[in-house]
Structures are given as C-alpha cells and as structure tokens.
Design a protein around this ligand. Structure first.
Ligand code: ZN
Length: 99
C-alpha cells in the first residue's frame, strides 16, 4: 500500500476516495478518527489519509492530479458557513445551492 492523498478535511479525502472508487481503484482510509483530540501529535500526523495498492498508485495519482486543478478548492456555504468541496453544487449540510 502507498499513501496517495492526505487532507485535513475528511470531506475532501472522502471526495477523492469516491473519485478513485468510480475508477475502480480500491482505497483504504486511515487516520479517519484521529483528527480531533489527538493530543500532542503534530497536526500533519493526524490528517486522514488515503492509501491504495501498489499497482493502482500511478492511476490514482493521475486522477488526483487532474482533480487538483479545480475540485480541490472548497467553498463556504452562505447559509450555514459549512465548508464544501468545489465539486458539490449544493451544501452537503443544509442543501442550499452554492452562491
Ligand atoms: Zn449550508
């Protein structure tokens, strides 16, 4: 297994995981529950991480590289201030349209 993606936003990591999923790449999510209350670990160590099998690493990385151009950005909901991945057209929390 190799680490291909990490982000402090679990939402983004899940988004990437879905992208890989739709490309038939199986991924493993690590550190999912370490984000808060991780004590004295460095913040970077507690980011959720996506790991894929060796044979899928190159494909996964190219998918992630393409995605980085636009959908790695986030937007903030005008209604509830929730952070959303750019790929979302509506707020995942309150379901209001992106403005
Ligand atoms: Zn919202």
């Amino acid at each position: 297994m190799e680490l291909v993606y990490s982000n402090d936003q679990l939402l983004m990591v899940n988004h990437v995981r879905n992208l890989l999923d739709s490309a038939y790449i199986e991924s493993e999510l690590r550190n999912e529950f370490l984000g808060s209350g991780a004590g004295d670990l460095a913040p970077l160590d507690t980011w959720p991480e996506l790991w894929v099998a060796e044979e899928d690493v190159e494909k996964a990385k190219s998918i992630i590289a393409n995605m980085d151009n636009e959908s790695a950005l986030v937007w903030y909901c005008q209604h509830c201030d929730e952070e959303n991945p750019a790929a979302f057209d509506i707020c995942w929390q309150c379901e209001k349209a992106k403005e």
